[in-house]
Design a protein around this ligand. Structure first.
Ligand code: BG6
Length: 494
């Protein structure tokens, strides 16, 4: 057999870009007919203080989604900046409550539809293809309160109504859709169940309750099942409305290494990879639950209502594309294997890795590892739709923002992607997290900055919200111009 392998570099049409999410960037939480989402009820927090979910909007607290980085009003300016960097795609999300304010409305809100139309047209004006997440944690509040979130199968119908509106209204403008952001995150981690529209009884955004009852677990995993069915139906519908639609699942890319070379630790890492990644990915990519799922349900006392019709829907509605976020890796050990129920603490820290300012283990070679891992299992095209590090940035005395940390982090991850491409992985694009400074999802902080563009705003919503190009802005522009060849190894970003 002839060896035809040697391909180097990024494909010519590689989709370089950046990402955001509606609730973290838009602000304008109660204008133009928009309804409230569960995230509009989440207060700001920080590393020591969890965000709270309050029943009413309480004037004693600051709610960061209410301001975001004011992208709703400033999207033209932002997209012009993305175009200046040379973005080929912009990943953002649609806020469900702008389109269906209460989630169960019969008719959509025209003002919301028109806002996103203008935004997507603005992207297309510069040749930027939108990559659009349909739900990035923003479930209409009414669906949470009145129906109990995704635990209620009625949400499948409401989501499909929303999906039909999006696919019809934006036909031709948007061709790449991701159904649920990081679907493996909320339920499977027992952590942010708000992502399933379930209001945590504890009132904390992160509920760290290893002693959760099997009844409660059943409710959460049933909610996840309903999301799977809704996603699969949306995939089928999108293909019917426009065969050119490319439908993706969006996963949080969890990577676990065994903490030591002991076989027991390797088994713990395998179990974590299975539960945290493949429980959801197998359903969305292969159209069926993994073979070990029944044993897992039994061990946890989880009872689910899954019909034969559901199983057919899942089989039919597998995704075309795998997209995932990648930030860090962690370790697993047999001793610490309480497996689930870890809240924000997703695993054991790897003692060999440097950490970001927020304590996340920096592991670029893990990205190559995970790309190969996922590709060998599914052999579908892939796109990394979030990757970056949160850091403190400030405007220096020279008036510039020297965010060398971002540059170094991204450079090494781009190198890892290049190696994965050379391995033969079918990687079609990369959108960094985030395109611009936005509100952090876990803590609600503005000072945890990920963007190429600095936004003059603090954690309480003070500031001009003016935009400033960071060093990484100029650096990324060169990366894109050179299609990933010039990683600016010896220079600063300017
Ligand atoms: C991902 C989410 O989990 O991580 C984003 O999809 C989030 O919404 C990102 O912003 C980074 O996390 P954080 O908490 O630092 O914003």
């Amino acid at each position: 057999m002839q060896n035809k392998r040697k391909k180097t570099g990024f494909p010519e049409n590689f989709l370089w870009g950046g990402a955001t999410a509606a609730t973290q960037c838009e602000g304008a939480w109660n204008v133009d007919g928009k309804g409230e989402t569960i995230l509009d009820h989440c207060t700001a927090g920080d590393r020591e203080h969890p965000r709270l979910v309050t029943e009413n909007i309480d004037s004693r607290y600051f709610y960061p989604t209410h301001t975001g980085c004011r992208e709703y009003e400033r999207y033209e300016e932002d997209i012009a900046l993305y175009a200046e960097m040379g973005f080929r795609t912009y990943r953002t999300s649609i806020n469900w409550a702008r389109i269906y304010p209460n989630g169960d409305d019969k008719e959509p809100n025209r003002a919301g539809i028109e806002h996103y139309r203008k935004l997507f047209e603005e992207c297309r004006k510069y040749g930027i293809e939108p990559t659009v997440t349909m739900t990035h944690y923003d479930i209409p509040w009414n669906l949470c309160v009145k129906y109990g979130g995704w635990a209620n199968p009625k949400l499948i119908e409401f989501f499909l109504r929303y999906a039909r509106t999006l696919f019809t209204e934006y036909k031709g403008l948007v061709k790449r859709w991701l159904t649920f952001n990081e679907i493996n995150f909320g339920t499977v981690t027992y952590g942010e169940i708000v992502t399933s529209g379930i209001i945590p009884a504890s009132g904390n955004l992160y509920i760290d309750d290893p002693d959760v009852t099997s009844e409660e677990l059943s409710r959460r995993f049933q909610a996840l099942h309903h999301e799977f069915v809704a996603s699969a139906k949306a995939v089928t519908l999108a293909h019917e409305i426009d065969p050119e639609n490319q439908m993706g699942c969006m996963m949080c890319g969890f990577l676990y290494y065994p903490l030591t070379s002991r076989p027991e630790d390797a088994a713990a890492a395998q179990k974590d990879m299975n539960i945290w990644n493949y429980y959801c990915m197998d359903v969305m990519c292969k159209g069926k639950y993994p073979y070990w799922a029944p044993r897992f349900w039994e061990e946890k006392g989880i009872t689910l209502h899954i019909t034969d019709e559901d199983l057919e829907i899942l089989k039919k509605g597998t995704v075309d594309l795998i997209t995932f976020s990648y930030y860090k890796s962690d370790c697993s050990s047999a001793e610490a294997a309480k497996d689930l129920g870890k809240g924000t603490n997703f695993g054991l820290p790897n003692p060999r890795l440097k950490k970001t300012q927020w304590g996340w283990g920096i592991d670029p070679s893990g990205l190559r590892y995970l790309l190969n891992e996922f590709y060998s299992r599914y052999e579908k095209p892939m796109m990394i739709v979030e990757n970056g590090q949160g850091e403190y940035n400030e405007i220096g005395e020279d008036g510039k923002i020297h965010d060398q940390g971002h540059i170094e982090y991204l450079r090494e991850h781009i190198r890892a992607m290049k190696k994965a491409l050379e391995d033969g992985v079918d990687l079609i694009g990369y959108t960094t997290w985030s395109a611009i400074d936005i509100v952090a999802a876990s803590t609600g902080e503005m000072k945890k900055r990920y963007g190429f563009i600095y936004v003059d705003a603090d954690d309480e919503g003070n500031g001009t919200y003016d935009r400033f190009r960071k060093d990484s802005f100029y650096w990324y522009k060169r990366v894109i111009e050179s299609n990933g060849e010039d990683l600016g190894d010896d220079e600063r970003g300017e």
